[in-house]
Ligand binder design. Structure first.
Ligand code: PLP
Length: 388
């Protein structure tokens, strides 16, 4: 057993621009004067409890290879964390570290999925657009109709794609960039279709800790009848801003699937970093007090974004954001061929371009609102100058 101490409330601390440039070199690697609201990292200092754990490990000089199963306590920590937050937990033996979520998803498709297409709800996380191809499979897009007020999985289309030979659904729950946390009823609908076709689900749940007030996270694996065909890929790294430390976790409830993964040759070299494992364990055991402050802040930022858009960019359409700190904005009413390019050129704001998430969506952008209220205000004001 672990000695989980979720700890008291700790505040979210905003990074100054100088700190952000140093600590988030990808996101803030933009020219002077440009405001970055693109890649999914937050302009907040890492929870001191997590940093202390990593510092402690380095102070002990632990820098060697992690043996298989090293820090077995991580699995128990995750299971206990999942029980506290989601009311459902896997058996600890189902939880295995892997280098990151992207690699975990790729590994599961490679090893466990039958040959055949991968169904990918679209718009979808840009790095995952290439996953089907690198696993030697065809990608089948499952689009959300642009007119829908709520982004929902089209079960009839999923049914047709699986009937036509696709073998895997790459679910993202909660979804980036739809901003949806799918409900139990929706996931049961997905399960029914998948089971009918004997297909697989890989459920990327990296954004699960970032479900905002008004919604809840339901793990696909908490749905009855999913353990024989599904794997979840989870991580503390997105919610705790530690993506560079390299550790995610696979949740594989099916023992036969675990054996197949364990038999993979060493040449795959998909080992994780002990730094990431220590950070994840500290987050799961002691991070609740910081995470509660984070969710409160993101809820405020979400409300501020709605107000700012209403005031400065009334023609922008944004579906309600239930989870994540990423808003999918339809700015096509302003008539620009590439809204993100115009935002950068004229507004000096770097956004993620819509076409990276859905082919042809050049009027859309993804905006990261995990920053200070002042910076978010500046971002929207600049977008208004650029687009209107
Ligand atoms: C849905 C989703 N999956 C995976 C990732 C990347 O995770 P990792 O860095 O662990 O590969 C992201 C990053 O933002 C994401 O949004």
């Amino acid at each position: 057993m672990t000695t989980a101490d979720p700890g008291g409330r700790r505040p979210v601390v905003d990074l100054s621009e100088e700190e952000a440039r140093r600590r988030l070199p990808l996101k803030w690697g933009v020219p002077e004067g440009v405001l970055p609201a693109w890649v999914a990292e937050m302009d907040y200092a890492v929870d001191p409890v997590v940093l202390d754990a990593v510092r402690g490990m380095l102070a002990d000089g632990i820098t060697g290879y992690p043996p298989d199963g090293w820090d077995a306590g991580l699995a128990t920590s995750y299971a206990e964390w999942s029980a506290r937050h989601f009311g459902w937990a896997p058996e600890p033996e189902a939880v295995h570290p892997v280098v990151d979520v992207t690699a975990g998803v790729r590994l599961v498709i490679d090893v466990l999925s039958d040959p055949g297409g991968v169904v990918f709800p679209t718009p979808g996380y840009n790095a995952q657009h290439g996953l089907a191809r690198v696993t030697g499979r065809e990608e089948h897009l499952l689009e959300v109709p642009a007119t829908a007020d709520r982004a929902e999985i089209d079960l009839d289309r999923l049914d047709r794609l699986l009937a036509d030979g696709a073998r895997t659904l790459l679910l993202t729950q909660p979804h980036n960039p739809w901003g949806r946390a799918f409900t139990r009823a929706e996931l049961e609908g997905v399960r029914d279709v998948v089971v009918r076709h004997g297909a697989r689900v890989v459920s990327d749940e990296i954004h699960a800790p970032l479900v905002l007030p008004g919604a809840e996270h339901v793990s696909y694996l908490s749905i009855d009848g999913t353990h024989d065909h599904a794997v979840a890929v989870v991580a503390a790294s997105k919610a705790f801003n530690t993506a560079g430390l390299r550790c995610a976790q696979l949740v594989v409830p099916d023992a036969a699937a675990r054996r197949r993964l364990a038999e993979q040759p060493m040449s795959r070299n998909d080992s994780w970093s002990p730094l990431g494992a220590v950070a994840a364990r500290a987050a799961y055991e002691h991070g609740d007090g910081w995470l509660a402050s984070l969710v409160e802040r993101l809820d405020q930022q979400r409300a501020l974004l709605v107000d700012l858009l209403a005031e400065h960019l009334p023609e922008v359409r944004m579906r309600p954001v239930e989870a994540t700190y990423l808003a999918w904005l339809d700015a096509s009413a302003y008539g620009h061929d590439d809204a993100a390019a115009v935002a950068l050129e004229r507004g000096r704001v770097k956004l993620s371009p819509g076409h990276a998430y859905a082919p042809g969506s050049t009027g859309h952008v993804r905006l990261n609102f995990a920053t200070s209220p002042e910076r978010l205000t500046q971002i929207v004001e600049r977008l208004a100058t650029a687009w209107v």
